[in-house]
Write a protein that binds this ligand. Structure first.
Ligand SMILES: Nc1ncnc2c1ncn2[C@@H]1O[C@H](COP(=O)(O)OP(=O)(O)OP(=O)(O)O)[C@@H](O)[C@H]1O
Ligand SMILES: [Mg+2]
Length: 341
């Protein structure tokens, strides 16, 4: 089974061809860093226009890389949300047009399900259920992944996402854009114990997250400490929060067969190392996708499409694009949580 995947929900435009045997036949990606750098963050309107320019040529290039045509594809998977709505619409409409023109089924993929299932593309031995720490630019959640389309949210952030905190810290410290990798690079030359910073919610009995107070404290201390020490201390504070909260969630998910991390922040070496140690303490397998599969890409969308298609799930051509789309629609609202819950 061969699936074409399309991704355009934030600032990466991507197309990939993936088989149900976990072969990535092609994956093409265009970043928009230069377009957004002057603003120090992603500008939705600029992102949407860039997707319009980049996506169709990327699809052609991916098909050529794989040596296949649309006729060889079994289904077309496109991100249908959540994300910046202009970009999501570009990818979803492109997916619908290709599906219609080639007479292939459309599989609408929740971008978060792409992240959530991406570790299974990388690791054929990862079975359900697993505990997933989903840490990205827009989300910070702990989910029990019970199967394709079956997610139980155990925790979420009550304010900022972890990736957002990395990006804002990079901006405050003048480390540049994109922020996460810049903070990690700067932290290598710093002392993680040099700057006292808070660990919001650490020790509380429910495994939710909060990063707004940490970010504000970095803002207060910026310029008063060397940037490398602040970067290292900030990164350590995030790691401590993620590990403490994940430990609580593990206590609530004894059925989990593995601890899994996915999303852009999973590319961070300190985060991966600390979670691996936590899994070891619990005698659990630790699974993290390779770095290129952590940040946004279309291979994870194609793979989630393959898993959904194999389960008989396809979508109609009048399906709406969704700016918000929780993985667990039954999750309770968390006190204090904003719209990102
Ligand atoms: N090495 C790193 N260390 C820390 N953070 C990182 C690293 N690499 C990327 N990130 C962060 O990951 C985020 C991007 O991840 P991703 O592409 O999955 O998010 P998104 O698609 O913008 O959000 P979402 O998936 O929630 O819709 C950014 O906030 C970025 O700073
Ligand atoms: Mg993402």
């Amino acid at each position: 089974m061969l699936i074409l995947g399309l991704e355009s929900s934030c600032d990466e435009t991507a197309a990939a061809l993936v088989t149900d045997k976990r072969e990535v036949l092609a994956h093409r990606l265009a970043r928009q860093d230069e377009a957004h750098r002057p603003f120090g963050g992603v500008v939705p309107e600029i992102a949407a226009r860039a997707h319009v320019e980049a996506l169709a040529p990327l699809v052609e290039a991916a098909l050529a890389d794989a040596g296949v045509t649309l006729a060889d594809v079994d289904a077309i998977a496109a991100t249908a949300g959540p994300g910046l709505i202009g970009g999501v619409m570009v990818g979803l409409v492109t997916g619908k047009a290709l599906a219609h023109a080639a007479g292939k089924p459309l599989v609408a993929v929740n971008h978060l399900e792409g992240h959530a299932l991406s570790p299974r593309l990388a690791d054929p031995d990862l079975d359900f259920p697993y505990l997933l720490l989903l840490v990205s630019g827009g989300h910070c959640q702990l989910l029990l992944v019970e199967g394709v389309g079956r997610y139980r949210r155990l925790a979420t952030t009550i304010d900022d996402a972890a990736g957002e905190a990395f990006d804002k810290t990079a901006k405050l410290l003048g480390l540049g854009f994109p922020g996460g990798p810049a903070v990690e690079r700067a932290a290598k030359d710093g002392d993680p114990r040099a700057v006292p910073l808070p660990r919001p919610l650490v020790g509380s009995g429910e495994p939710h997250f909060s990063f707004a107070g940490l970010k504000s404290d970095v803002a207060r201390k910026a310029g008063k400490f060397p940037a490398a020490d602040l970067a290292a201390s900030f990164q350590q504070a995030v790691v401590d929060c993620l590990v403490d909260r994940t430990r609580i969630a593990l206590g609530k998910a004894p059925q989990a067969s593995a601890l899994v991390v996915a999303g852009g922040v999973a590319a961070n070496g300190a985060v991966r190392g600390a979670l691996e140690a936590l899994a070891g303490e619990h005698g659990l397998r630790f699974v993290a996708p390779p770095l290129w599969l952590c940040t946004d890409n279309a291979a994870m969308i194609a793979w989630a499409g393959a898993e959904r298609f194999a389960a008989g799930l396809t979508d109609p051509l009048d399906l709406a694009a969704r700016p918000r789309w929780p993985l667990d629609p039954d999750a309770e609202k968390v006190r204090g949580a904003g719209v990102k819950a």
